[in-house]
Design a protein around this ligand. Structure first.
Ligand SMILES: [Zn+2]
Length: 309
């Protein structure tokens, strides 16, 4: 993706000139890597306070709407104050701290340090290049590739590895799953499924009382749909369309019913009305949304069956 992309921001341009690399994504990773190497920290996610203080930043947890904020202070022992949302789960706080540290690594930020307020972090939205590159840097700070890749090889490309590595590196399941694909050690895709309506059902369900009232109509049941899909290697030849649903007799639904992993060949949507069979491993994890406890399904997709070492 990054190689075909035309980068337009000053942030991207300056990262490339600072690092001598042509790809700002590689550049952002290199800047983050330099910080963890200089700070001599293994598993920085377990010791973010030390990583932050090495970069001259103090972390403060605060009740606020933003996920994270970076405030240049240049006072006393600290150059920056990083505020994170006290209500967020620890892995999310960790990522937000690393995202704000990411800002402090950006060469254009250093030229004119100004506050950054991030309503959300980990959006991976390439439209906002500085924010995207700070997410890239954050993933590297939290899960340095020199540690993450050997650990992933050790654990194997197994769905259980997502949870194991997430806990080890203090990252969320989602950030870890994305990092597994980014590590590019095997041709693989990761799909995250959540229960949702399609577009027109959502309009009906949230619009003016179409489904409620005297006529007894209920909103249609939600289906498991693709919320996020990312791939590397040969799996990049397949497009797993956002919000596309999957049949109730699929392994995805089976995984949603249990806490164990479910493996096997499974037809997956690949755009248009087409499906293709892939080797899959799926596992579901609880997620709280709008006060309700739901299950989110993670699927590792491969072209060949996984061979256990
Ligand atoms: Zn930001």
């Amino acid at each position: 993706m990054s190689r075909q992309r035309k980068w337009v921001s000053e942030t991207a341009r300056r990262i490339c000139s600072e690092t001598g690399l042509s790809d700002p994504v590689e550049g952002a990773i290199t800047l983050a890597e330099s910080l963890t190497l200089e700070a001599k920290l293994d598993h920085p996610g377990q010791n973010l306070k030390a990583l932050a203080s090495y970069q001259g930043a103090k972390i403060q947890e605060l009740a606020m709407d933003d996920a994270g904020r970076l405030i240049p202070i240049f006072q006393g022992d600290f150059d920056y104050l990083i505020q994170v949302n006290a209500e967020h789960p620890q892995p999310r706080k960790n990522f937000s701290v690393c995202h704000e540290l990411g800002h402090t690594l950006m060469p254009n930020f250093l030229l004119a340090p100004a506050p950054r307020h991030d309503v959300v972090t980990m959006t991976w939205n390439t439209q906002f290049e500085e924010e995207f590159l700070c997410d890239v840097a954050a993933a590297e700070l939290l899960m340095p590739r020199r540690e993450f890749i050997p650990r992933l090889r050790g654990c194997g490309m197994l769905i259980e590895s997502i949870k194991e590595l997430a806990e080890e590196f203090g990252a969320s399941l989602e950030a870890t799953a994305l990092n597994i694909v980014k590590a590019n050690v095997e041709d693989v895709a990761v799909i995250i499924w959540e229960k949702d309506w399609n577009k027109s059902q959502r309009r009906g369900a949230t619009g003016p009382s179409l489904f409620e009232g005297e006529d007894g109509f209920e909103p249609p049941p939600k289906a498991y749909r693709i919320k996020l899909a990312t791939s590397c290697g040969e799996l990049r030849n397949y497009h797993f369309p956002h919000n596309k649903s999957i049949q109730e007799d699929s392994l995805i639904y089976q995984a949603a019913e249990t806490t164990l992993s479910v493996s096997g060949k499974q037809l997956l949507p690949i755009g248009g009305d087409s499906d293709r069979e892939f080797y899959t491993q799926s596992m579901s994890f609880p997620i709280r949304r709008d006060g309700d406890l739901e299950r989110r399904v993670f699927t590792i997709v491969q072209l060949k069956p996984h061979i256990q070492n």
